[in-house]
Design a protein around this ligand. Structure first.
Ligand code: GUN
Ligand code: ZN
Length: 431
């Protein structure tokens, strides 16, 4: 039985603050102590009235802001070396940079090294949970889950299903994709904090038969996740419509295959109409909003307000390596700008929610992670408001933790994250 304590100022969402950013949904607790037993939150009390036994280890972060570990709803660990590749939009970027890089993940040692690098970057940035694409190779999933398990992380991942429209050396078949995914589910899903995501890469890379078998898996294993891409880029959409002329829309292709349900997370969802949004809301599928990727690949602007009005859930995501940063702080800053460009805004409280409890909600994990409620898993990020002279100057202007957090999303980077805790244990990694 291990009891650990973490002391500092805590900031977390108790509920969805809504578009207006209702501040009562956010709790700011000055100089409190979080007590965890075997990694589970047992108490969160004012430090002044919390005597601790001599045997309890206390991590003292007084003066820092402690937030729930960030939740990245969509990223690609095999794209560690694809990040910041110049000059193309989605379909050419896949051909020129991404598919060649993914080829190397047939090799376990290569995959092990990339998984370690990727997870260290997440932890360096305070991210403790992510939904992650591996490659078509089952061994790439083994490497990722083994690396996540050894760090005690809550991670969701899966093998890409792709049996057409990609290089022949990166293809599976409908049957082998089904069999390999099934074996990986049986091996990894529910082990410690790991969950499996059935991962049809996107409709253009899957035959109708492969999508149908993915849907069969989703029915056979109803508590697995599903992840894919949809409505990201205009050329991609036109192509999907050509390939599936019988479907009412690109999104409907997934619906017909039984791939829209709770625990289904679709990257991008930019070029949606009212019917698409209604379909997402009706089925319980969620969008992953990937602002740095959408700007970098020139894909378009995600309309958060329209998604919310339609009753559809959104999580926030880096989409590394289409995305350009591992930092969910930076990602939030770019999310804010994407809303500004559409004449909308993103309230600081809504931003904090998107990166923590909202992401947990989108992934169906809000009973486990996302805030500091008693009984949840003690994953958190410790933010230093004074990590740079600029951050120190800006965050000292007002005595308001949410305003300071908002400022960090625009002007800070991984230097602001001075500690990341997983199940109340501080993670030391190579940064
Ligand atoms: N659509 C299909 N594959 C990918 C990918 O790897 N990244 C992005 N951003 N979109 C995709
Ligand atoms: Zn993606």
């Amino acid at each position: 039985m291990t009891v650990t304590a973490i002391r500092g100022d805590f900031l977390h969402c108790l509920a969805d603050p809504g578009e207006a950013g209702d501040a009562s949904a956010v709790e700011h607790l000055r100089d409190h102590v979080l007590i965890a037993r075997n990694g589970i939150i047992e108490a969160l009390r004012p430090a002044a009235v919390t005597p601790l036994g001599a045997d309890v280890r206390v991590a003292d972060h007084r003066g820092c802001l402690i937030v729930p570990g960030f939740v990245d709803c969509h990223a690609h660990y095999p794209q560690v070396d694809v990040i910041a590749s110049h000059g193309t939009q989605l379909l050419d970027w896949l051909e020129k940079y991404t598919f060649p890089a993914e080829r190397a993940f047939a090799d376990r040692a290569h995959a092990d090294a990339a998984a370690a690098f990727f997870l260290d970057r997440l932890l360096e940035n305070g991210t403790t949970t992510a939904a992650v694409f591996c490659t078509v190779h089952p061994v790439s999933v083994d490497a990722f889950f083994a690396a996540a398990q050894s760090r005690n992380l809550r991670m969701i991942a899966g093998k890409c299903l792709m049996d057409r429209h990609c290089p022949e050396w990166l293809q599976d078949t409908a049957q082998s994709g089904y069999a390999d995914s099934r074996a990986l589910i049986e091996k990894w899903h529910g082990q410690d904090r790991l969950g499996y995501a059935i991962t049809p890469r996107y409709a253009p890379s899957c035959t109708p038969q492969q999508l149908a078998l993915a849907g069969r898996l989703a029915r056979e294993f109803p508590d697995t996740w599903i992840q894919s891409h949809v409505a990201e880029n205009r050329r991609e959409i036109a192509w999907a419509r050509e390939l599936f002329p019988e479907a009412e829309s690109y999104l409907a292709v997934y619906d017909r295959a039984g791939l829209l349900r709770e625990r289904a997370i679709y990257g991008h969802c930019i070029w949606f109409d009212a019917e698409d949004r209604a379909r997402m809301a009706r089925t319980g599928a969620c969008a992953a909003f990937c602002p740095t990727s959408n700007l970098f690949l020139g894909s378009g602007l995600y309309d958060l307000a329209a998604a919310r009005a339609a009753g559809m859930h959104t999580g926030l995501a880096t989409d590394v390596g289409g995305g350009t940063s591992y930092s969910m702080l930076t990602t939030l800053g770019e999310a804010y700008k994407v809303q500004q460009l559409q004449g909308a805004t993103l309230a600081p409280a809504q931003g904090l929610y998107l990166a923590t409890l909202g992401g947990a909600q989108a992934l169906g994990l809000a009973d486990r992670i996302g805030n500091f409620r008693i009984g949840k898993e003690a994953d958190c990020a410790v933010l230093d408001l004074r990590s740079t002279p600029l951050a120190a100057r800006r965050t000292s202007l007002r005595d308001n933790a949410l305003d300071a957090f908002f400022a960090l999303t625009l002007i800070a980077d991984s230097r602001a994250v001075v500690g990341t805790y997983v199940l109340a244990e501080r993670i030391q990694c190579l940064w």
